[in-house]
Ligand binder design. Sequence first.
Ligand SMILES: Cc1ncc(COP(=O)(O)O)c(C=O)c1O
Length: 405
Amino acid sequence: MSPGARLLDVARVRGLFPGLSDGLVHVDGPGGALVPESVVRAVSQSMRVPIADRGGVFASSARAEQLVSSARTAIADLVGGLPAGVVLGPNLTSLTYAVARALGKHWRRGDEMVVSRLDHDANIRPWLQVADEVGMVVRWAEVDIETGELPDWQYDELLTDRTRLVAVTAASNAIGTCPDVAAIVERAHQAGALVYVDAAHAAPHLPLDVAELGADLLALSAYKWGGPHVGAVVGQPWLLEELRPDKLLPAPDRVPDRFELGTPPFELYAGVAASVDHLAALDPEATGTRRERVAASMAAVSRYEDVLFDRLDGALRAMAHVQVLGSPQYRTPTLSFTVSRMRPRQVAGELARRGVCAWDGDFYSRELFDAIGVNETGGAVRLGLMHYNTVDEVDHLVDSISALR
Ligand SMILES: Cc1ncc(COP(=O)(O)O)c(C=O)c1O
């Protein structure tokens, strides 16, 4: 069996999560995953020893420096980037605004960008607002509403020699679709455009390789895979060198520090490194560098989640009173559904009564849900599986939703 073909030992995995002791079924992962004990411990241990700010010549300042560099290295290992290209920040949304403003300084009236209807608003609105300020033309890549796919062929018509940016998600946090990002990037690069990929929802579920995707900038959010509330953008250092984000005068001008405002949450950075270690250890038999172990473990995660998801998806689609939104071919283990004659909030309430934690609403995929036409009735209910969910939990979900008839 190849390393990626091993399955997850879910009983062992569940023992790593203190949050599971509440006995509830947590399928709210796409909104924020449960946190492993190792991450909790790394954060608290880091605060038991003195940490000063960076830049001093004394031990507690060196410790701060080390926490920053270990978080950058961990993120680079997760996606195959370079630590020198990892910008850390409070969350993906804030970082995307910062990058959009910095890129916007290079753009001119009449330049163009392509955003997608599949994306979380964090990879749409910051770009639209910069486009509006600069006077750019915005083009939309549309979703096939029936399938939930984002066809890559449409980019042939959307891209021109004035296109400066393509913003696209690696996976929809609402309906799970994984577009063919590499194909979109190839087209965008032929047109001379940069590509900003939102990998927040893909990262907890799939092995990611920034070079394979071809993304110029890849955005992440650690709380989606069990880390603390820290965001990251992974870019090519040469590209970051060309950008001049707003910053304080005395703050370092080197890359990637130039993009990081104020004093960082060093203790959370300790948790970022621990969270990538957690992912790398999900397949305990994986060997090699952390990057190699992450790749093997995420392949095992993906395989495990697929089995669970197929069971859930198949059962829901067989229920006459349930409508699952979209049916994309490549997807994360995340779906959104509605129930006939019930509001999503009511459905989520009924599930909560049965011990299920599930979100209802639009999940900030406002454009997508407007296009599908579910926002007027409260959006949908989302079920997102993670590597700590079980077959028994899936069966409980299926029974609970079946009972809503
Ligand atoms: C796909 C996707 N992109 C972006 C975001 C926003 O991330 P953050 O909360 O780090 O700003 C989320 C969070 O829900 C998300 O799921």
